[in-house]
Design a protein around this ligand. Structure first.
Ligand SMILES: C[C@H]1O[C@@H](n2cnc3c(N)ncnc32)[C@H](O)[C@@H]1O
Ligand SMILES: Cc1ncc(COP(=O)(O)O)c(N)n1
Ligand code: MET
Ligand code: SF4
Ligand SMILES: [Zn+2]
Length: 440
């Protein structure tokens, strides 16, 4: 029987949990390194006591940058099989986390299956599911109803939940006073804003925050404090609404830690490159070192169809400056639901951003795979290069599409393969290059 409530409770009391051991191995860090940071809250290990198939991961400073894949059944696309294929792809491609954002039909059937099969951590946004789960209109839902949805997801084994508790009356006032170009683009945030304005009540997750925390503590669910006022265009970034909410999230993080509930903070959004580093520092300062989970940031607004690129650029800068967890963005963002190919491209783009940051941060072992790739390139060992690639299938397909006439090279330089030429000279061999008319 476990003699602690949450990973944080254990860490504060000096208990090394099996999950702390697992992540210490994965991060090449001593268990004490992880335990001390889980105790302080700068590392979270989202691991619901009911998620039996989980392979635990750490999110926070001093650990590899993790990525999350969003998927889920929705009214406009109810293809369960396709969503399950996306799950398998996410797991195979090494995503550490999957958020089930289903908001249609029997969401709990899909969610239970997902939790059963997934070694990746699972996140949800209970607010999305409230209308479907309770079978009520938004306006009829009571504060206690919202808590019931949180409890249901927690019992099923969800490891972290996005809860937009920071958009309270004060943050709404700051946002309304200043005005902004894109107003609210957070789905959960907009639903809460609507509920608050139509009922006249305070944000229920803020008003009953202690009760929310009590539920989360029982199952060791990590709270991912949602950013309802994240900027939805670069012109809204770093404004009063966003920063007021961030200040609230900092207070809420400390209240969660006081109850041993692990915390992550969600962040922007759309943001120009030059503002990203300062925003990461603000989060670490105002939220007391809590892990930062960012959606992008998308560094320009004009590339629909390519927003996996706008967000990977921002994600790389953000992660180098302190973000710990990147939510992938697919080429379908702002246009439609992602299909399987969009999911693949989104995963690869955010993996690149996360890995580039790991290298820049000098994390232990971060360069090993790059060095192995360089060695395989040096040897012109194509099978090894494919195996080491983030997307091996694409690498091999491209290579074979235009095969080289000279074996061992690729068709880019063909006979003039720089690597082969240099290898041969260094091996003491002669090289011959003939013109097309030449006789060799
Ligand atoms: C908060 C983020 O969640 C994404 N999002 C919302 N619902 C889904 C879904 N069913 N599948 C994939 N992504 C989704 C949006 O694209 C947004 O970027
Ligand atoms: C990093 C991050 N931020 C936010 C959300 C929730 O989305 P929304 O706020 O639109 O409900 C998310 N899934 N990931
Ligand atoms: C909730 S769907 C819209 C999300 C939007 N692309 C954003 O930047 O947050
Ligand atoms: S992505 Fe589409 S549905 Fe979602 S907020 Fe933007 S316009 Fe609306
Ligand atoms: Zn957007």
């Amino acid at each position: 029987m476990r003699n602690y409530a949450t990973q944080m409770d254990a860490a504060k009391r000096g208990i090394v949990t099996p999950e702390i051991e697992t992540v210490a191995k994965k991060e090449n860090r001593p268990v004490e390194f992880i335990m001390e940071r889980v105790a302080k809250g700068t590392i979270a290990i989202p691991a619901n006591i009911n998620h039996k198939s989980l392979s635990a991961e750490a999110v926070g400073d001093g650990t590899r940058v993790k990525i999350n894949v969003n998927l889920g059944i929705s009214g406009d696309c109810k293809d369960y099989e396709m969503e399950l294929r996306k799950v398998r792809m996410a797991v195979d491609m090494g995503a550490e986390s999957i958020m089930d954002l289903s908001n249609y039909g029997k969401t709990n059937t899909f969610r239970k299956q997902l939790i059963d099969m997934s070694p990746a951590m699972i996140g949800t946004v209970p607010m999305y599911d409230a209308i479907g789960y309770l079978e009520k209109d938004l306006l009829e839902i009571t504060a206690q109803d919202f808590l019931k949805v949180v409890e249901a997801h927690a019992r099923e084994g969800v490891d972290f939940m996005t809860i937009h508790a920071g958009i309270n009356r004060r943050a709404v006032e700051a946002f309304m006073r200043e005005g902004r170009r894109m107003n609210i683009v957070s789905r959960g945030g907009s639903l809460l804003f609507a509920w608050m304005k139509m009922t006249g009540n305070e944000n229920p997750f803020f008003e009953y925050y202690d009760e929310v925390l009590d539920i989360l503590r029982r199952y060791d669910v990590t709270i991912s404090l949602g950013d309802a006022l994240r900027p939805g265009c670069i012109d809204d970034a770093s404004d009063a609404g966003q920063i007021s909410e961030l200040i609230e999230l900092g207070n809420l993080a400390q209240r969660a830690w006081a109850k041993d509930v692990q915390v992550m903070i969600e962040g922007p959004g759309h943001m120009a490159m030059n503002e990203i580093a300062a925003n990461m520092q603000m989060e670490k300062r105002l939220c007391h070192g809590a892990p930062f989970y960012v959606l992008g940031p998308l560094v320009t607004d004009i590339a629909p169809g390519y927003d996996h690129i706008t967000s990977a650029i921002g994600g790389a800068i953000a992660a180098q400056a302190g973000a710990n967890f990147l939510c992938y963005v697919t080429p379908a963002e702002h246009l439609r639901l992602p299909d399987e190919n969009d999911v693949r491209e989104g995963i690869v783009a955010s993996k690149i951003a996360a890995h580039a940051a790991d290298i820049a941060l000098g994390l232990p072992g971060a360069r090993d795979r790059d060095n192995a790739m360089a060695d395989a390139r040096h040897k012109l060992d194509w099978d090894a290069q494919f195996a080491l690639a983030l997307d091996p299938e694409k690498a091999e397909r491209f290579y074979n599409q235009v095969p080289p006439t000279e074996r061992h090279t690729c068709s880019m330089c063909g006979k003039m393969c720089a690597v082969r030429t240099t290898n041969m000279i260094l091996e003491g061999k002669e090289v011959k290059f003939c013109s097309e008319k030449g006789a060799c």
